[in-house]
Write a protein that binds this ligand. Structure first.
Ligand SMILES: NC(=O)c1ccc[n+]([C@@H]2O[C@H](COP(=O)([O-])OP(=O)(O)OC[C@H]3O[C@@H](n4cnc5c(N)ncnc54)[C@H](O)[C@@H]3O)[C@@H](O)[C@H]2O)c1
Ligand SMILES: O=C(O)C[C@H](O)C(=O)O
Ligand SMILES: [Mg+2]
Length: 443
């Protein structure tokens, strides 16, 4: 029985605390009593008979956090010096920047990297387009494109409010795959405008990652772009998510000695993520897939692809072995509906359809949320591998290779590995590159 989740960090509390046994314990008791958890505890100053410490405190909501703070404040021997909203602080000024590995000190250096030296590189690329792969960053540039219509589970908040997510994806592409993820915000909901815009700027990029564009528009946009562009295009919410879900299911099969291809799977929310999951699970050979969505058009598409319609959230949850929820509706799954021994992946971010600890308490065998079963385990390696192979597309063989590799890296008893394990992304990239050659997805 495993619980995979992490709460939200609300803040860092800086305290001045009397340096005697038991004082930090009192603070810990308060945090625990109010259902909070500690992250890092750092000592930032040691005084004569006191210490100054920074405590990262995780809680479910701001109200609980306020209660914790006032209870700590009431303790003798402990003084709150500062409360820092670390999340907002980290975002100040944005999270990414363009940098260069080249230094220029002299006018000669300038003539080499800029005018007039640069002109000879331009001429050579003009004569032979393929030289751009070697003499520019194009093959390392991945466009991260959104129109802001399905930002996490926050819904249609527009492209500008979605920018922190795009910067986060960019940061992960850099750290985990060494690629330049360049956010592109498009102020349109018209699929044709989005396709044309991406097509027209595509020479800048080696690959296109669509992000947080809602269904059904995302299907048409991805399909069109995949057809007209000779570089890989992947809608991360559909396929990155599906790859990680399949990895989790592969491990569930391993732990339970069950053939997951014979399990009944329920998908709750048949939008971008839900439909991508359905497609990949079917490609893997799982055919008993049931689904529910409040939007009839989504249900129709799901059934056309070979899924079985269910009449309500409750009947779906109550009837399947494995439930995967991608609705954008926190708390949608009630504890009473959970079956003994069930597997529940409640993937809505930032707050899941049911908290993993609640699902486990209600009898689930495995439960995870969207922070651990997260597409960040897949997209860095997928793009790196596809670019290394010079692939023109990202096909099912490449995705399944990624899932199988991710699954192998999970520690015993876990569904998926840690997102920050760089070896995972290296291995996913290699597996995807090889699968691209084998499936002839290369230019
Ligand atoms: N963990 C991950 O890696 C990951 C990846 C992608 C998306 N997600 C999460 O999945 C959610 C959906 O994202 P998306 O891109 O698919 O959005 P989307 O808008 O394309 O799809 C959401 C679907 O859920 C349906 N829905 C809404 N309320 C419902 C309800 N009460 N019952 C049944 N269906 C309902 C909608 O009709 C829609 O079809 C988001 O919260 C997002 O954070 C998580
Ligand atoms: O952004 C994430 O954490 C995962 C996913 O892309 C989502 O939209 O929720
Ligand atoms: Mg997303």
């Amino acid at each position: 029985m495993r619980i995979e989740y992490s709460d939200k960090i609300i803040c860092t509390v800086r305290i001045k605390i009397f340096d005697k046994p038991g004082f930090l314990g009192k603070v810990a008791t308060i945090v625990g009593d109010y259902g909070g958890m500690f992250g890092e505890i750092k000592t930032v100053h040691i005084g004569k008979d006191y210490k100054i410490r920074d405590l990262d405190i995780y809680t479910d909501d701001e109200k609980k956090f306020a209660e914790i703070v006032s209870a700590i404040d009431a303790l003798d021997g402990i003084e709150i010096l500062e409360i820092k909203d670390v999340v907002m602080e980290v975002h100040e000024g944005g999270k990414i920047e363009v940098s260069t590995p080249i230094e220029i000190e002299t006018m000669d250096d300038l003539s080499i990297v800029y005018t007039p030296g640069v002109a000879s590189v331009c001429r050579k690329i003009f004569e032979d387009r393929s030289l751009a792969d070697r003499y520019t960053t194009i093959k390392k540039n991945v466009a991260i494109v959104t129109n802001g219509t399905a930002i996490l589970g926050l819904g249609d908040i527009g492209p500008v409010a979605g920018m922190p997510v795009m910067e986060g994806k960019s940061l992960l592409l850099r750290i985990l795959a060494g690629l330049n993820g360049i956010p592109i915000l498009i102020d349109s909901k018209d699929p044709k405008v989005i396709v044309d815009t991406i097509k027209n700027i595509s020479p800048t990029f080696g690959a296109i990652k669509l992000e947080d564009i809602k269904a059904p528009e995302c299907f048409e946009i991805e399909k069109e772009l995949d057809e007209i562009l000779d570089i890989p295009v992947m809608h991360d919410d559909q396929h990155g998510t599906a790859v990680v879900v399949l990895a989790a299911l592969i491990n569930i099969g391993k732990y339970t000695f069950k053939n997951i291809r014979k399990s009944s799977v329920g998908i709750l929310g048949l939008g971008a993520a839900g439909s991508g999951i359905q497609k990949l699970l079917m490609a893997y050979g799982i055919d008993k897939i049931y689904g529910f969505d409040i939007n009839e058009e989504m249900v129709k598409r799901f059934v056309q692809r070979g899924g079985f319609e269910t009449e309500s959230v409750e009947s779906l949850v109550k009837s399947v072995d494995i439930i995967i929820a991608t609705t954008g509706c926190p708390g949608l799954i009630k504890k009473e509906w959970v079956k003994n021994g069930q597997i529940i992946l409640a993937l809505t971010n930032p707050d899941p359809e049911i908290k993993p600890e609640d699902a486990i308490a209600a009898g689930a065998l495995f439960a995870a949320d969207g922070k651990s079963v997260n597409n960040a385990l897949a997209f860095p390696g997928i793009f790196k591998g596809a670019l290394a192979a010079n692939a023109y597309t990202i096909n099912d063989a490449m995705k399944i290779a990624a899932s199988e590799t991710i699954a192998k890296f999970a520690m015993e008893g876990d569904l998926v590995p840690n997102i920050l394990n760089k070896q995972v992304h290296e291995s996913v990239a290699l597996a995807v590159e090889n699968a691209a050659y084998k499936s002839k997805a290369v230019k």
